[in-house]
Design a protein around this ligand. Structure first.
Ligand code: IMP
Ligand code: MG
Length: 192
């Protein structure tokens, strides 16, 4: 695929490449407060290891942990997934492991979106093998109809229909992560 560079026009704004917004900034932030309350209640008085799958979960985890009034430590795991297209690779590979020793800790694994389930189930297995005291998962978005492996998240922000979305950390070919809302690209911007 050939990527054209965004115009050097000073008025360039990635949000203009969206055909529609499905979750606006205020809706996302309001749901994060509710999710934060759920997680605070679930782990009251315990210390949490929050593991974020990067790059996609960076924006979500940054906002999410600021809703948590728990003792917590943050680490990231890097997984390969899309390669300049909207189709996922079949087997996600772990390309950068965590440094935190999670043995005996309560672990909350965070990703931006649960799609086929391959990524979350693969990373869950890897973390489980490190003997945490407990392991739960949290995703901002859940595209349930796309599931190809048996995998559900314990905390879910929003269930969404089967459309490829960008923004709030989610990318297309590495772009659009900085958009503060979540939306669907115009067809001319998702040619692969
Ligand atoms: P899964 O392994 O198919 O569940 O896919 C999960 C990963 O694919 C997520 O970590 C996302 O990075 C990526 N992904 C899935 N759906 C979308 C989407 O609609 N937009 C952007 N990235 C997506
Ligand atoms: Mg991802």
């Amino acid at each position: 695929m050939t990527l054209t560079m965004p115009s050097d026009d000073r008025t360039y704004s990635p949000i203009n490449d969206l055909e529609k917004v499905i979750l606006d900034e205020a809706t996302i932030q309001a749901r994060l407060k509710e999710l934060g309350a759920e997680i605070n209640a679930a782990y009251q008085g315990r210390e949490l290891a929050v593991i974020a799958i990067i790059n996609g979960a960076v924006i979500f985890v940054a906002d999410m942990i600021r809703e948590l009034n728990l003792a917590l430590q943050l680490d990231c795991i890097r997984v390969s997934s899309y390669r300049n297209s909207t189709a996922p690779v079949q087997t996600p590979e772990i390309i950068d492991r965590i440094r935190l020793d999670i043995e005996g800790m309560d672990v909350l694994l965070i990703d931006d979106i649960l799609d086929t389930g391959n990524t979350l189930s693969k990373v869950s297995k890897v973390l489980q093998s490190m003997n945490p005291a407990s392991l739960k998962t949290c995703v901002l978005l859940d595209k349930q109809v796309r599931r190809s492996v048996d995998c559900e998240a314990d905390f879910v922000g929003f269930k969404i229909p089967d459309e490829f979305v960008v923004g709030y950390g989610l990318d297309f070919a590495g772009r659009y992560r900085q958009i503060p809302c979540i939306g669907v690209l115009k067809a001319e911007h998702q040619i692969s």
